[in-house]
Design a protein around this ligand. Structure first.
Ligand code: TPP
Ligand code: MG
Length: 584
């Protein structure tokens, strides 16, 4: 036991758990601890707005596999983080949010910046600790850090501000390392038996494969089975795109090759995926989910097994260890699918080629609204699909890309391929606009040697662009690609498809984002011609990697709109009152 203050115990425990960077805005409530961050080896990166800090902690965690940490002012700064923590929750990010609270002697009296800070994060955290005695500071801090990793999601450490003070005797806890296994022997045997007899096995590689560092194990199993591997929705980095068995992502604006192939499956191995409802919706008028296939699902969280899709076998285990164990169980055996391995390889190849050709030829949207939008667009704008293709071609090696929520960002799903896991950080199921930019800033802090690129629509960019100042002030160079189509496109698409093109609040008359970027101290460039897109990105990445410069690349686009987000969720409007009779 060593005598120290609770502030010291807090800081020492964070340092023991490997914290070197935190994101947030300072506040007097935790200043006693903050004062010794630097000598403890911890950099507090000041942000423009605390929501950005939570997203940065998320990006930091997603790229590094380490805990991302954010902190803010009692009440005000903390409540601002709710959206960011919700996004991190659905990205399964090990984020720790430290929430200093009003002092214990004032709580309940309606003092300054008082808020009940636990309920607001209750939905979006895996664990919440409320410090009830200064002597327990190190214990509670360590538990939050351990649980963020063991539960793979945000945890909250709530500290009444007066509990930072005093003298306590503590032993600083060391991090716990959870040794995850492959799952139970019975379910693994049942799964192996299904795979042994499968004629057309297909693997879905999900976020759990990335989190478990299990891509190689997934690859080895896929190679043995000759099974096509599809990425689960928005986990395009869960299998290397250059691998012959890679087929691209399922889900919204995903790969038709992936969808066609999985529709033929008699056995699906869903590895490290909760099979979220959003990721398997019909797309391109195709209901591709193989209803009659036997489904093996592997998830580290038993509560996900069979939750969304009916399954035959549910394995509660680590994706990597489970893949290794399944391969071991099939080793040296002849499998039913060995007989048609070559035929399947040809099929996979054909499906991929045909999707590539379709995508190459699909240079713009062809629905009536889009055709009119294209016809009426002036000079200096381009088709989003073509711009996305050019960007894809100009992507640097080892790139990290984050994407936002919006029409063009969703279409980007068809054009983002990766070789390495921990490279793609899309706004996941929480789906908040404004996600991509702060998230890539956090990722860049964790991986400064990798090129970092965020995609955002003009609407989402407006929500998040002020963090450009963080990049400039704190010397965290990144590249932002802003698709300026002058509209809240994804939502406008609903008005096109369901509301008789009665456009309400959908237009965005923007100032130049390149100029705004320059005013914030970054580089800014506006791209009006397709032939300049690739060069603009290459130049921006060069400035990022060699000159520590952040660049805003504003890509001017037509107002055409890609396929609807969720045909399942909307229905044609009905109005009963006479005065609204035309609004149907
Ligand atoms: C914080 C937040 N507010 C609103 C929405 C609803 N929403 C989803 S997509 C979208 C439009 C995005 O527009 P933009 O960023 O310009 O991209 P575009 O669709 O035009 O490509 C909106 C408003 C959301 N998902 N998150
Ligand atoms: Mg837009």
């Amino acid at each position: 036991m060593t005598r120290m203050t609770p502030s010291e115990a807090f800081v020492e425990t964070m340092a023991a758990h490997g914290v070197t960077n935190m994101f947030g805005i300072m506040g007097s409530a935790f200043m006693d601890a903050m004062d010794i961050f630097e000598p403890a080896g911890i950099r507090l990166i000041p942000v423009v707005h605390e929501q950005g800090a939570a997203h940065m902690a998320d990006g930091y965690a997603r790229v590094s596999g380490r805990r991302g940490v954010c902190i803010g002012r009692t009440g005000t700064g903390i409540s601002t983080c709710v959206t960011g923590i919700a996004a991190a929750f659905w990205a399964h990010s090990p984020v720790v949010i430290v929430t200093p609270e009003a002092g214990t002697l004032g709580i309940g009296l309606g003092g300054f910046q008082e808020a009940n800070q636990l309920p607001m994060f209750q939905e979006f955290t895996k664990f919440q600790a409320h410090l009830n005695h200064p002597k327990r500071m190190a214990e509670f801090t360590a538990r939050c850090f351990d649980r963020a990793l063991s539960e793979m999601g945000p945890t909250q450490l709530n500290i009444p501000r007066d509990l930072f003070y005093g003298d306590i005797d503590v032993e600083i806890p060391q991090p716990a390392h959870l040794d995850r296994g492959p799952g139970g022997d019975r379910t693994l045997s049942e799964a192996a038996e299904l795979l042994r007899n499968a004629r057309f096995p297909v693997i879905i590689s999900g976020g759990g494969v990335v989190n478990a560092n299990g891509v190689d194990a997934c690859k080895a199993l896929a190679d043995r089975l000759g099974a096509p591997v599809v990425n689960s929705y928005l986990h395009n980095d869960s299998f290397p795109a250059s691998h012959p068995l890679w087929c691209g992502p399922l889900g919204y604006q995903g790969s038709k090759a992936a969808m066609n192939l999985i529709s033929k499956a008699d056995v699906v191995l869903a590895l490290g995926t909760r099979l979220g409802p959003f990721g398997t919706l019909p797309q391109y008028d195709m209901n591709y989910w193989p209803e009659d296939a036997r489904i093996i699902q592997v998830d580290a969280d038993h509560k996900m097994l069979g939750l969304v899709k009916k399954i035959s076998v549910g394995i509660c285990g680590d994706a990597r260890e489970a893949a290794k164990s399944l391969l071991q169980r099939l080793n040296g055996e002849t499998l039913v699918c060995d007989a048609n391995k070559e035929k399947r390889a040809t099929q996979i190849q054909q499906e991929k080629e045909s999707w590539k050709k379709e995508l190459d030829e699909w240079i713009h949207e062809k629905d009536e609204f889009s055709l009119e939008a294209i016809a009426s667009s002036g000079e200096g704008v381009m088709h989003p699909r073509q711009a996305l293709r050019e960007l894809e071609k100009a992507m640097p090696e080892d790139v990290m890309v984050s994407t936002d929520i919006g029409n063009i960002n969703s279409v980007a799903n068809s054009y983002l391929r990766f070789e390495k896991p921990r490279s793609f950080f899309a706004a996941m199921s929480f789906g908040n606009c404004g996600y991509a930019f702060p998230t890539i800033i956090g990722a860049k802090v964790a991986a400064p040697d990798r090129p970092a690129i965020a995609y955002a629509g003009d609407g989402a960019w407006g929500m998040s662009m002020s963090e450009t100042m963080t990049c400039v002030r704190e010397n965290i160079p990144v590249t932002a690609v802003v698709f300026n189509n002058g509209q809240w496109g994804a939502e406008k698409k609903n008005q096109v498809d369901f509301y008789g093109r009665r456009f309400v609040a959908g237009e965005l008359e923007n100032q130049s984002f390149a100029e705004i970027g320059r005013a914030m101290g970054a580089e800014g460039t506006t791209v009006n011609r397709l032939e300049d897109v690739g060069d603009a990105l290459r130049k921006a990445v060069d400035a990022q990697m060699n000159d520590n410069k952040t660049t805003i690349v504003e890509v001017m686009c037509t107002q055409e709109l890609g396929d609807h987000f969720r045909l399942d969720a909307l229905s044609k409007p009905v109005c009963d009152l006479h005065k609204y009779k035309d609004y149907v």
